[in-house]
Ligand binder design. Structure first.
Ligand code: ATP
Ligand code: MG
Ligand code: MG
Length: 384
């Protein structure tokens, strides 16, 4: 479909599914990540992949030399060198400015709030005094968060009372990493919307989905979200408005909190394919991965509509060092109509590590819950 080579910073499962979509379109992809057997490298046999750190300026430059367009599958990359390369006319999507803005969750929230996108109240915390100020402004519980390098809730601490403050500071590195505080959001549901943006500013969004987290890690995604039409429309509108404020092309994940009065706050944005969009592979007319490729190549976007009535994505998380345990829900899925298993080829299985996922599609929401019930039961039995 396109003779240009795409260089990707990061070689995890998101990169792997991006390579899958690219392979189908005869598009070459070069991956930069440390392990020579990174999930994304395993499935496209080429000598071009680079073994190195996606924060290392020399390796990123090497990737740029081998590629026509650079993109990311993780936001914790070296934005300085991407900005330098961009000034040297290397095409990078999303724009390094956007990547830098999103890398710092405090800067990101400030940007959203300036652009009239609702976010929960937040305050910078540079000292114990500022932490106490946040506690008296927000009350307990409140969230203490690392501004940078956060994922899967690593970098968040729920401060439930003044007694938690020491432990919270210790666990988040005693100000060595910059911190900020957020008001607690007693949400009734978490929602997410994938939005794809072309460099000319055109945006298209995928259906609003519900995300269910366990211990800060996404466990389950239900598409479409089972909420009223007005809330759906306002979540979609808010997600699109948030992405219009950013520069560059690509697919973006917008995480949101739905409150009991129907109001919505944006939690955070991911400048890349997102866990809450895995379901699009089986359930939508064009997957988030293919639309990411189309948007960064600046070729027409595909439809983002659902092509099934309902879909669910269940994450397969590592429990212990034993990968066999992860296969139990997958074995159940083998016998489930409408279920597709994705395993990421990760060699080491650790507690909480994303090892794979299962997407199930159905003709109705009722049939969906009937289908996924037994799979979730296996996971719950293993957890108990
Ligand atoms: P990700 O893996 O999505 O990048 P992260 O480490 O950046 O996650 P957040 O998205 O900030 O973490 O938070 C993880 C989860 O913690 C949220 O999905 C939500 O369930 C909960 N959470 C975060 N902020 C708040 C808040 N202010 N109030 C209540 N719950 C919150
Ligand atoms: Mg995050
Ligand atoms: Mg998050």
């Amino acid at each position: 479909m396109d003779p240009r080579t795409i260089g990707v910073l990061g070689g995890g499962q998101l990169g792997r599914m991006l390579v899958e979509a690219a392979s189908r379109l005869n598009i070459d992809v070069v991956i930069l990540d440390k392990p020579s057997d990174a999930p994304a490298k395993q499935i496209q046999a080429t000598k071009s992949h680079i073994d190195g750190d996606f924060k290392d300026p020399d390796r990123i430059r090497e990737l740029a030399q081998k590629s026509d367009i650079l993109t990311i599958e993780i936001e914790h990359v070296n934005a300085d060198i991407l900005e330098i390369l961009s000034r040297e006319n290397v095409v990078i999507h999303p724009s390094p400015l956007t990547i830098r803005l999103i890398q710092d969750k405090y800067v990101q929230k400030t940007h959203l709030s300036k652009n009239h996108i609702p976010v929960v109240d937040f305050l910078e915390v540079l000292s114990r005094q500022e932490l106490m100020d946040a506690a008296s402004k927000f009350g307990y519980p409140f969230m203490l968060k690392s501004k940078t390098l956060a994922y899967d809730g690593r970098g968040n601490y729920v401060v439930r009372s003044a007694d938690d403050i020491e432990e919270a500071l210790k666990s988040l590195g005693n100000y060595e990493k910059p911190l900020y505080a957020e008001r607690w959001a007693p949400f009734v549901k978490e929602l997410a919307v994938m939005v794809v943006r072309r460099a000319n500013g055109e945006v298209k969004s995928y259906p609003v989905v519900e995300t269910v987290h366990r211990e800060n890690i996404c466990h389950l995604v239900i598409a479409p979200a089972q909420i009223n039409g007005l809330v759906l429309a306002s979540a979609k509108d808010m997600a699109e408005r948030a992405i219009r404020t950013l520069e560059g092309a690509g697919v973006f994940g917008v995480e949101m909190f739905l409150m009991s009065d129907g109001s919505i706050y944006v939690n955070e944005i991911a400048p890349r394919p997102h866990n809450s969009g895995h379901y699009t592979i089986e359930a939508c007319e064009t997957s988030q991965y293919e639309n990411h490729l189309r948007s960064i190549l600046d070729i027409p976007l595909g439809s983002t509509e659902l092509k099934v009535s309902a879909a669910a994505m269940i994450n397969i998380l590592g429990k212990s060092g034993d990968f066999e345990e992860c296969l139990r829900p997958c074995t159940k899925a083998l016998a489930t109509p409408g279920a597709t298993i994705h395993l990421y080829g990760k060699k080491e299985c650790r507690k909480g590590r994303k090892m794979g996922h299962i997407t199930t599609v159905a003709d109705s929401i009722y049939q969906l819950f009937e289908r996924i019930g037994p799979i979730i039961k296996v996971i719950d039995e293993d957890d108990s």
